[in-house]
Write a protein that binds this ligand. Structure first.
Ligand code: MEV
Length: 423
């Protein structure tokens, strides 16, 4: 029997769960208990979360961790991270401490503008369209006045509107290409509202508006974070070899897309964790970062490395469209707390903090990969997940962690030792 349902969103939360349970979990009535276990006892807080999206039936927890000891442009930070992968916060903390005694992270915002486009079709002569655009341009800006008023007070707004001819790529296709400055807000709603008003004002019988939407490709909303030290500052047995191998790993990611994707995934482990913790849009950041990584036509590393005159320099350049006001940042209590923890950053400061988190994560991954390998540290952190899967007690966990202190953690080794222990 078909399970297609009309009016599902109109049902109460209880009715939705009943429907779900009856139609998809008929042999597992315990799912209702699981869903309810994750409801917040504070009804007001639960309602707030219910209202973020449609058809909310429960909450999905993610761990909220903190990585202390970050020094960015001489200022100390503890960075909040929301991530489920065992080793990410540990790696960030280790690397933050490491660089805190070697000058810390240096960061700079390179640019902050964002793009939105009105995509339309026009079959007539280009000169006529250009003349119409030139004549309309002041009206296009004027039509957005009520939306841009507050943003302009904060120093933002519409910076430019251009007509772009794209007919070589697609017959009859043109754009209004609009450049925005959105200051401390991510600006998606602001940009989209402006674009829709611009499109309506520009509309004419022979102009078919296809759509109006911001672009998540933000190569002009760019930040750089870097670390540097003399090679000897690395310490250890052979710092020259360490630095050279580390740089080789970055250079491999520059020319080899298979490696670059994993390399950048590691960067995004750090970036996304802070983006999530601060209530920002991680899908937008992901899409923009990977598009930027492909800007040369070949997918490549977001980080760079050089050794010159015995000096090691490692840096990231990444586009980040972020907000510290508006959206979830001002609604979600944990996002607000994260921003407080970061000492109420502006969007520009948050760009620098998040780029730093990405660079730190990449440093941790490459340091492990080019020395002991990634699994040693990763599996040590993953041990607790395996023990939880095995439903180990607190006492058993303690024994197992002590046992694996000086041994290689593998799934089978843990299960074997655990079974012996239980016997
Ligand atoms: C795992 O989540 C991330 C790494 O694979 C990143 C990398 O290989 O650089 C360790």
């Amino acid at each position: 029997m078909s399970k297609i349902i009309s009016g599902f969103s109109k049902l109460t939360k209880k009715e939705k769960i009943d429907w779900l349970s009856k139609n998809y979990f008929s042999s597992q009535p315990e799912i209702v208990k699981t869903l309810k276990q994750y409801w917040n006892i504070d009804e007001k807080l639960q309602q707030l979360h219910d209202d973020f999206i449609e058809n909310t039936i429960s909450n999905f927890y993610m761990p909220y961790g903190v990585a202390p000891n970050f020094v960015i442009n001489g200022k100390e930070y503890v960075i909040p991270m929301v991530v489920e992968e065992s080793s990410v916060v540990a790696a960030a903390s280790l690397v933050a401490k490491f660089w805190s005694t070697r000058g810390g992270f240096k960061t700079e915002v390179i640019s902050t503008t964002k793009i939105g486009q009105v995509h339309f079709m026009y079959e007539g002569a280009e000169e006529d369209l250009q003349a119409y655009f030139n004549q309309q341009k002041p009206y296009l800006i004027a039509a957005t006045a009520s939306i841009t008023k507050n943003m302009e007070k904060r120093g933002g707004g519409i910076l430019a509107i251009e007509l772009k001819n794209k007919t070589e790529k697609l017959a009859n296709y043109y754009q209004l290409h609009v450049t925005f400055e959105t200051k401390d807000s991510m600006g998606a709603n602001f940009i989209n509202s402006c674009l829709e008003v611009i499109a309506n004002t520009f509309r004419r019988d022979d102009i078919e508006i296809v759509m109006s939407i911001l672009s998540n490709y933000v190569p002009e909303c760019l930040v750089r974070a870097e670390v540097s030290c003399t090679i000897d500052d690395f310490g250890g047995e052979n710092p020259q070899k360490f630095a050279a191998k580390f740089c080789q790993a970055v250079h491999i990611a520059k020319i080899e897309p298979y490696r670059a994707v994993t390399h950048n995934k590691g960067i995004m482990n750090g970036v996304d964790a802070v983006v999530l913790a601060t209530g920002n849009d991680f899908r937008a950041v992901e899409a923009g970062a990977h598009a930027y990584a492909s800007k040369s036509g070949r997918y490549s590393s977001l980080t760079h490395c050089e050794i010159e005159n015995n000096k090691f320099r490692f840096w990231i350049e990444i586009p980040l469209a972020l907000g510290t006001v508006g959206g979830l940042t001002s609604l979600h209590p944990m996002a607000k707390l994260s921003l407080k923890m970061l000492q109420d950053p502006s969007a520009k400061e948050l760009m620098q903090i998040i780029a730093t988190a990405g660079l730190a994560q990449n440093f941790a991954a490459l340091r492990a990969l080019t020395t002991s390998g990634i699994q040693e540290g990763h599996m040590k952190m993953h041990l607790m997940n395996i023990l939880n899967q095995l439903e180990a007690t607190a006492e058993e966990k303690e024994i197992m962690v002590a046992y694996f202190e000086d041994k290689t953690v593998t799934h089978s080794a843990v299960v074997e030792k655990f079974n012996t222990l239980r016997k």
